[in-house]
Design a protein. Structure first.
Length: 197
């Protein structure tokens, strides 16, 4: 009798998700995966041996770079070009301006920004690792790096850049080369060097 009772009182309904519930789970799950994929290139520099995060140049820094490049022309490379603001500024000054950047989203952004600006058509952005990128073809090189990388970067410059190449360093100076000009102050300081070897 008791067994019969137990059998007849077993739950008949299972906990099924409504279509709206399923849609919500799939949407939030998809969004989480999408946001993670977009964020990886911004977060991954922190796990590299030398962490060079995306920090855009300030207006004062850009002004310093502009002053340091006065009277110059030809090909210019911004090393770690971020959203392209230095390349776009240089293109407007008449340089054949190019940027090398590891973060693919920043490369896409910079390409679109430069295409939308009539004054800087012809600028180029490469999605490459700066340490594997040849600096030789450039008469002007701009770098907004971090302190830990400047010694290694100076070595790369001295091995690759032609004599007479102008190098403009933002916020962190090259450790051994002697600057020919300095502009701005504090975090906005910009140093100008001429490669001479
Ligand atoms: C300090 S931000 C400078 C951005 C830009 N030059 C500016 O002044 O606004 C450094 C940039 O270097 C990029 N970067 C980091 N490691 C790199 C690598 N190995 N090769 C190329 N770019 C790199 C970062 O993604 C970031 O956009």
């Amino acid at each position: 009798m008791e067994l019969e009772y137990l059998q007849t009182t077993e739950p008949t309904s299972t906990h099924k998700l409504s279509p709206i519930g399923k849609a919500l789970i799939y949407t939030t799950g998809g969004l989480a995966v999408g946001v993670s994929i977009i964020c990886i290139p911004f977060v991954s520099p922190a796990f590299r041996k030398i962490c060079l995060p995306y920090v855009p140049a300030t207006t004062d820094q850009i002004l310093g770079v502009t002053k340091a490049l006065a009277g110059r022309s030809g090909r210019l490379l911004d090393v770690g070009s971020g959203d392209g603001r230095i390349v776009i500024t240089a293109a407007k000054l008449g340089f054949k301006a190019e940027g090398v950047e590891l973060n693919r989203w920043l490369v896409y952004y910079a390409r679109i920004a430069s295409l939308l600006d009539n004054q800087c058509r012809g600028s180029k952005f490469y999605r490459k690792d700066l340490w594997k990128f040849d600096m030789k073809p450039y008469e002007n090189i701009v770098i907004f790096g971090v302190e830990q990388m400047m010694k290694q970067f100076e070595k790369k410059l001295l091995e690759e850049a032609n004599p007479g190449t102008v190098v403009v360093a933002c916020r962190f100076p090259l450790p051994n080369m002697v600057p020919v000009e300095t502009h701005g102050h504090g975090v906005d300081t910009v140093w100008k060097y001429v490669v001479n070897r």
